[in-house]
Write a protein that binds this ligand. Structure first.
Ligand code: GLN
Length: 390
């Protein structure tokens, strides 16, 4: 067995598997979360100009200065604390590397980490790489279909003496926007138990509708000095393939992020960083348009899913809508999320993500499927038409 024991349970990622299946069956691909249309032309051209203009060697390990400054200014715009671009911003190869750099840079084998499930799949694999002890806290839909956690479970997890909590708001895959009240509870627990908060906020600009706005955990009283916040240029400007992300944190915690980052990738792609700086400075208007478009696509897709007989949860943010497929699956005689998504891609021609690999206890994901709506209208309409066959 060539794969190391700590990674053996994970196999290949569900994103790669579903992308391959979607291609094989010529399905409308609503699985992996990536926009199927480009970001602003001047941003794309800036990348080309940087490459043609001598910006092709290693960037400084922590990121090109103009991007670190742009990130610090941008983050301050959204309710975060003032950030020192030199001592508090680290540019990484996408947010996925920021997670790995932080976890590997900060967590010793046996350290506890509190983790809401479902989660973006790399979290758990990365925690395994670091030898962390994972303390899962489930998010489950209430009667109104809002994903919530049990306060008692969260308190129990904190009572075990963890080193950190790994949080994601707005949340993939549920679209949950953690409320100010929920975040205040998390903040209180972090302070009470001296826990570091690691928060992935890559969908921060994609709160599609109320009642809750995105609240930065680092902006809550007492949290700036114990929070590491991740962001991503890919999600802001439809350039997920650029793999430019970042970690913003106070200098002490930044040292931990950099301890990991310098040996994982050393530095992120130079021309993409140069263009990312321009994007953050001059093209934030694009993200406002994106919000309007995604809101409409969310509504269109949700309606089609509902018409197909699925229970559709509200998707107040991000790229994704979750459904409960059990009623339809029973009728079709298929069992669980993986079988349902296989049926969907093979018989209906639509690819979605079976989310059981987003859970520590995979059984919790069996009733659900995740659909991406971060697509062109043509793609969503094609998907909706095929869903009619259900
Ligand atoms: N974050 C994206 C999603 O959830 C995919 C990222 C990836 O494929 N690694 O679909």
């Amino acid at each position: 067995m060539p794969v190391a024991e700590r990674l053996r349970p994970f196999g290949s990622t569900v994103f790669a598997d579903m992308a391959a299946l979607a291609a094989r069956h010529d399905a409308v691909n609503l699985s992996q979360g990536f926009p199927d249309f480009d970001g602003p032309a001047p941003v794309l051209e800036a990348m080309g100009r940087a490459a043609a203009g001598n910006r092709n060697q290693y960037a400084p390990t922590h990121g090109v200065p103009e991007l670190r400054r742009a990130i610090a200014d941008w983050a301050a715009l959204f309710g975060g604390p003032a950030i020192d671009p030199d001592a508090g911003v680290t540019v990484t190869c996408g947010c996925t590397e920021a997670i790995a750099a932080t976890v590997l840079g900060m967590i010793d084998p046996g350290d506890g980490v509190v983790l809401f499930e479902p989660f973006y799949d790399s979290y758990l694999a990365t925690l395994h790489m670091a030898g962390a002890k994972v303390m899962p806290v489930p998010l489950a839909p209430d009667d109104e279909g809002v994903f919530v956690f049990d306060e008692g479970r969260l308190r129990e997890a904190f009572a075990t003496g963890p080193r950190a909590i790994l949080l994601n708001t707005p949340h993939n895959p549920t679209g949950k926007v953690f409320t100010r009240t929920e975040l205040a509870l998390i903040a209180d627990l972090c302070m009470e138990h001296d826990v570091v908060a690691i928060t992935d906020e890559v969908y921060d600009h994609l709160v599609l509708d109320g009642p809750d706005e995105h609240v930065r955990l680092a902006g809550l009283p007492g949290m700036a000095e114990r929070t590491i916040t991740f962001g991503s240029i890919g999600k802001l400007f439809n350039v997920t393939g650029w793999k430019v992300g970042w970690a913003v944190a106070p200098p002490e915690l930044t040292r931990a992020v950099r301890a990991g980052h310098q040996f994982l990738s050393y530095a992120a792609n130079t021309p993409a960083q140069v263009a990312s700086a321009l994007a953050l400075r001059e093209h934030l208007g694009f993200t406002a348009e994106l919000r309007t478009h995604f809101r409409a696509m969310r509504d269109l897709l949700s309606e089609a899913l509902l018409d197909a007989g699925l229970r559709v949860f509200g998707a107040p943010s991000g790229y994704f809508v979750m459904v409960d497929h059990t009623a339809v699956s029973e009728r079709l005689g298929v069992d669980g999320d993986v079988e349902f998504c296989r049926y969907l891609v093979e018989e209906i021609g639509v690819a979605a993500i079976p989310p059981s690999s987003f859970y520590v206890d995979r059984r919790l994901g069996r009733p659900f499927a995740r659909f991406a709506f971060c697509k062109t209208r043509a793609t969503i309409e094609a998907g909706a038409e095929r869903l009619g066959r259900l």
